[in-house]
Design a protein around this ligand. Structure first.
Ligand code: UD1
Ligand code: UDP
Length: 407
């Protein structure tokens, strides 16, 4: 069944002429469009030379940037936010700005979707123009998406220092676009903020000078802990029809959703899970068509939703019996929430979520059996470990801001 999630879905799926994060309209057919041509930006104004410029573009970037921008604002540091427009649906972008207190972006480059080459090229052209006009003193990039690498490349060639938040993660799987993005971004960065000790080790092994690397904790967890009082299951239930108990699922990795044969197998496994317990799945736009074509909705206990806003999504996860996912961020969030997490991937760049959390890497054939064990009360993975990953304490944004402000 396809039930509707809260909020307006009118712009879902649009790839051109979409509303940008602050509601201004951008025409993606005409390349980069300045939202700043609209009335005065709400944050920071147009950059004067030397300020910090944050580059965000895709859903996980917003969750990571929010605490860093807030902590720098508290210190009175001059900064701007540039949205590349890699993600543009309200549910993939603007909702995070509304919910997480992120300032309205100073500009939305309106880059939108395309092949890797098309998207990366458009990102670089838009960002180069923007950096030349702004002359930032420092560019801050987040995570491992195409917007991250494009900004790193452009900044490095303009001799603008780059700070990378979430540096040093490695899946050692070069088939993942994110592994390419994160490794190259680290090579281009002057300041590298690591979220876990093994990330520091990877950077050292790759020859990154130790004085560039700072182990600061995880800003995504700052956002989680900073909003913990807002994850109200009853409020979510009043807006979204939810079964009493359920598995929450998300899938969007190319390896899982781009190949119809793989998709058909995963849908069959999810249906086997749904034979045992309801499955609630906010569907990422990347996999929507393939999953639908494979009959994902054709099980009475499959509940498909549009992508959820951050507060609703974490509320959904927190109240779930278990999570099935291939998301990077969700592996981290379930680690703190202590929700069993079955990650449909052969590797993870976030092993700390296994050693200090409730995460477990699985292949699809294991899913039904593992869910039945969970329903029988068995614990999986290291979820009995009492400690959380070091420095995942809600203060990573503060640490990053202190280091950046001192520069
Ligand atoms: C991107 C990141 C991935 C990250 C994910 C988070 C890269 C290479 N990948 O993957 O690391 O985990 O974001 O969600 O940067 N689409 C929409 N509306 C949107 C955005 C996308 O419909 O607002 C659809 C388009 O059909 C698009 C497809 O999703 O072609 C993929 O979008 P894209 O940004 O290229 O990659 P993601 O799969 O979202
Ligand atoms: N998320 C969300 N709504 C959803 C699915 C995910 O708000 O419907 C949040 C999730 O909590 C996490 C972030 O988006 O913080 C991660 O995004 P995603 O899984 O898309 O990317 P990844 O972390 O894999 O790069």
């Amino acid at each position: 069944m396809m039930s509707s999630a809260p909020a307006d879905r009118s712009d879902s799926g649009r790839v051109s002429g979409a509303a940008d994060a602050d509601g201004a309209r951008t025409d993606r057919s005409q390349g980069a469009v300045r939202a700043g041509q609209a009335p005065a930006p709400a944050y920071g104004g147009y950059a004067s030379a030397g300020e910090i410029v944050h580059i965000v573009g895709a859903r996980p970037n917003f969750v990571k940037a929010a605490p860093v921008v807030a902590a720098l604002a508290k210190r009175g540091v001059r900064q701007s936010v540039v949205h590349t427009g890699q993600h543009y649906d309200d549910r993939m972008s603007a909702v995070f700005f509304r919910e997480l207190g992120l300032p309205r972006p100073d500009v939305d480059l309106g880059v939108g979707s395309g092949s890797h080459a098309e998207q990366t090229a458009a990102l670089m052209v838009g960002l180069e123009r923007e950096f030349i006009s702004r002359s930032p003193g420092l560019v801050v990039v987040y995570g491992d998406v195409n917007s991250t690498l494009a900004a790193g490349l452009v900044a490095a060639k303009l001799h603008i220092p780059v700070a990378h938040v979430e540096a040093g993660l490695r899946s050692f799987d070069w088939t993942m676009p994110e592994e390419v993005n994160r490794r190259l971004t680290d090579q281009l960065s002057d300041v590298l903020f690591a979220t876990s000790p093994e990330a520091v080790g990877h950077l050292a092994a790759e020859g990154v000078a130790v004085d560039r690397v700072h182990f600061v904790g995880n800003p995504m967890i700052d956002t989680l802990l900073g909003n913990i009082d807002r994850f109200d299951t009853e409020a979510l239930r009043s807006r979204v029809e939810l079964p009493e108990s359920y598995v929450a699922a998300t899938l969007h990795r190319p390896a899982n959703v781009d190949n119809p044969e793989v998709v058909a197998r995963l849908v069959a496994r999810l249906h086997e899970v749904a034979d045992q317990i309801d499955v609630v799945m906010p569907v990422h736009p990347r996999g929507r068509a393939a999953l639908t074509a494979a009959g994902l909705a054709e099980h009475p206990r499959m509940h498909l939703l549009e992508p959820l806003g951050y507060i609703d999504f974490v509320t959904l996860v927190r109240a779930s019996t278990a999570v099935v996912t291939d998301s990077g961020g969700v592996q981290e969030e379930t680690t703190i929430l202590r929700v069993p997490c079955l990650t449909l991937r052969p590797n993870t760049e976030r092993p700390v979520t296994i050693t200090h959390g409730s995460n477990r890497l699985v292949v699809d054939s294991e899913l039904p059996g593992l869910v039945s064990k969970l329903l029988a009360g068995e614990r999986l993975g290291a979820s009995a470990v009492a400690d959380v990953p070091p420095l995942w304490d809600g203060h990573a944004g503060e640490r990053i801001a202190t280091i950046l402000a001192d520069r």
